[in-house]
Write a protein that binds this ligand. Structure first.
Ligand code: ATP
Ligand code: MG
Length: 610
């Protein structure tokens, strides 16, 4: 199968006008810097006009004996111009001065351009990153984290290109064209008309190629980000890839995608070169026509020979910026394609919108009510079907059900990763959809089956939800989670770095760090999603003891396959395969009871690893 065939079209695409408007809006805070760059750019011409002056002075006024131009005698002190020797020193000094001014201009322009570009990109990246964090985890699971990473790191810089490197040369080129055209019209309007005859051809050519180039740039970027996704996917599950000996297959998948990307890049470059060719030939044709017609005019006596020479030299200065513009139009496409991708990411809506007037929550009491909640992923049949129950503050809720029945989904609804399709969920009597999302999430401490640790120190991992916690707080939390003992045995204690999602710690150790984190979070509602199912019975006992302490005084939702874990629950809920809820009186009512309490094996095979 051809990799390129797999491409799907994005749902919507900005038209060019809208794209430019958004780019300009992004650049608006920097307009002063852009004007500054523009001015620095304009300074270049007068400065370069000064370069040949010292030589002219030396030739005419030092070696030769022509009188100094008026302006020089007026500006310079008399002593400097009195003798040829003095004048020579002035001329030599002038060389250095002009060079210095030109270099200073360049220095200023480079620093200002770099600062403006980098700042603009930084702001844009920050905006993208904030947005990416607000998107639902499901979006990233579908698209792959590398896709967002590519858009933030590789596509975002285009925002400055269009504003700084695209617009400024465009404006200066247009200014040059207008002034040259004015001069040529004054010399011979017929020649000026002929000279402009190439403009429509250039316009049509760049219009045609604009569409082509943009499509190719889009395809190339899609393929590149796909290749990056493969790298990311394989590296994050390298253990599984190795365990199944699938390195070669992944290698082929990567090279196939990268090769398709390479072909697109070559096609893109070829189109760009073809446009270049077309532009070069068109302007040459224009020059030839002027040469032909101009010579006739000279023969007919309409135009003087000197004027023809002038027209020819201005023509070069007229066509150069025209070429620049046509080529810019081409090279811009690459960046516009990137900008499209970055904006498309910004246009993805978070799954859970913030209420217009969100209810702020300081610290919830922890009363939870589900009222006729129905929820399903995408268009699939509902996972939860008319689920209702009420939990008083501080109660413990045990949730059982076969694998895939929707236990984790129920917890996700509670933290508002998704909103129910029907029914409502209340925390302390307030519909979750009316609560401020950030406040709401602060009400939960979550311990998952496979805890997520970050590549920073053990201490910072524990303090993740409360970055300003003191070292004593962290140690107290670790003690409460029965983690202090093993942490002090690590090489640097609490300062030991955890690499790559905690791979150097055992499952039980990671789980205890996650528990310590939950202790420190000190949230009123605790969500435990099979926290002990990946550790052995001995370790489980230690974790359970810590967990008992953690659950004290908090509303707790506990998902567990081992029924022994659920003994202390006040409410027992079982999710049936059809998504309905059964309230159990005792654990013995559960259809999982065949396993008996405290058995080690899960009721159903766990999902395949990875
Ligand atoms: P387990 O005991 O294996 O953890 P669970 O009861 O926690 O299972 P859920 O994770 O809630 O089950 O999943 C319930 C159903 O929803 C499953 O059929 C699953 O395939 C589906 N599902 C879960 N997450 C998504 C998702 N992001 N997109 C689509 N379907 C999903
Ligand atoms: Mg689950």
């Amino acid at each position: 199968m051809n990799v390129e065939d797999l491409e799907h079209k994005p749902r919507h695409r900005l038209n060019d006008g809208a794209l430019y408007r958004r780019l300009l809006r992004q650049a608006r805070p920097f307009w002063l810097h852009i004007v500054g760059l523009f001015v620095l750019g304009l300074l270049q011409t007068p400065l370069s006009l000064l370069v040949p002056l010292p030589l002219k002075i030396v030739v005419d006024n030092v070696l030769g004996s022509e009188p100094l131009p008026d302006i020089a005698t007026r500006v310079l002190p008399a002593a400097w111009t009195s003798s040829p020797a003095a004048l020579l020193v002035v001329a030599a000094a002038f060389v250095v001065l002009v060079a210095l001014l030109m270099q200073l201009r360049q220095l200023g322009a480079t620093v200002l351009r770099t600062w403006t570009s980098e700042r603009m990109v930084l702001d844009f990246r920050a905006r993208l990153f904030r947005h990416v964090q607000r998107l639902s985890p499901v979006y990233h699971e579908k698209k792959g984290a590398a896709d967002a990473a590519y858009r933030i790191q590789r596509d975002a810089p285009s925002v400055h290109y269009v504003a700084v490197d695209g617009v400024i040369p465009f404006v200066t080129a247009t200014a040059t064209i207008v002034s040259m055209l004015y001069i040529v019209v004054r010399l011979d309007w017929q020649l000026a008309m002929v000279a402009c005859g190439v403009a429509p051809i250039l316009f049509l050519a760049s219009r045609y190629y604009r569409v082509r180039l943009r499509q190719r740039a889009r395809a190339a970027k899609r393929l590149e980000s796909r290749a990056l996704s493969i790298v990311q996917e394989v590296l994050t599950s390298l253990r599984v890839v190795k365990a199944f000996g699938q390195e070669d297959r992944e290698q082929n998948r990567f090279t196939a995608t990268s090769e398709a990307g390479m072909r697109q890049q070559v096609r893109l470059a070829a189109s760009q070169a073809a446009l270049d060719l077309l532009v070069g030939v068109t302007t040459a044709l224009g020059t030839a026509a002027i040469l032909f017609l101009g010579t006739r005019h000279v023969i007919d006596g309409v135009l003087s020979l000197g004027d023809l020479l002038l027209v020819m030299s201005y023509l070069a200065q007229l066509y150069d910026p025209m070429k620049t513009i046509s080529r810019k139009v081409a090279s811009l496409q690459n960046h516009l394609a990137s900008a499209e991708r970055a904006f498309a990411l910004l246009d993805e809506l978070p799954d859970v919108p913030e209420a217009d007037e969100p209810v702020r929550i300081e610290r919830a009491r922890g009363a939870v009510v589900f009222r006729e909640v129905t929820f399903g992923y995408d268009d699939e049949p509902p996972v939860l079907n008319g689920v209702s129950f009420a939990v008083a503050p501080g109660q413990r809720v045990g949730i059982v059900g076969r694998t895939g029945s929707g236990k984790s989904t129920l917890l996700h609804l509670l933290t508002r990763f998704f909103d129910p399709e029907e029914g409502e969920i209340l925390l302390d009597g307030v519909d979750l959809r009316h609560c401020a999302v950030a406040d709401l999430r602060n009400q939960f401490a979550i311990v998952l089956q496979d805890p997520v640790l970050f590549s920073t120190t053990v201490g910072e991992n524990i303090a993740y939800a409360r970055p300003n916690a003191t070292a004593d707080d962290v140690v107290a939390a670790a003690r409460a989670a029965n983690a202090h003992a093993f942490i002090t045995e690590l090489p640097d204690g609490y300062d030991t770095p955890i690499h790559e999602r905690g791979m150097r710690l055992s499952g039980g150790e990671r789980q205890r760090i996650a528990l310590a984190r939950a202790f420190l979070t000190d949230a009123p509602v605790l969500l435990l999603d099979e926290p002990t199912s990946s550790v052995d019975v001995g370790t489980e006992a230690g974790i359970m003891e810590a967990m008992e302490r953690l659950m004290h005084g908090r509303t707790t939702f506990m998902v567990a396959h081992r029924l022994g874990t659920l003994k202390s629950c006040d409410i027992l809920l079982q999710i049936e395969p059809d998504g309905r809820l059964r309230h159990l009186e005792t654990l013995e009512d559960s259809d999982l009871r065949v396993l008996g309490p405290d058995t080690d094996a899960g009721p159903a095979p766990r999902k395949a690893a990875g």
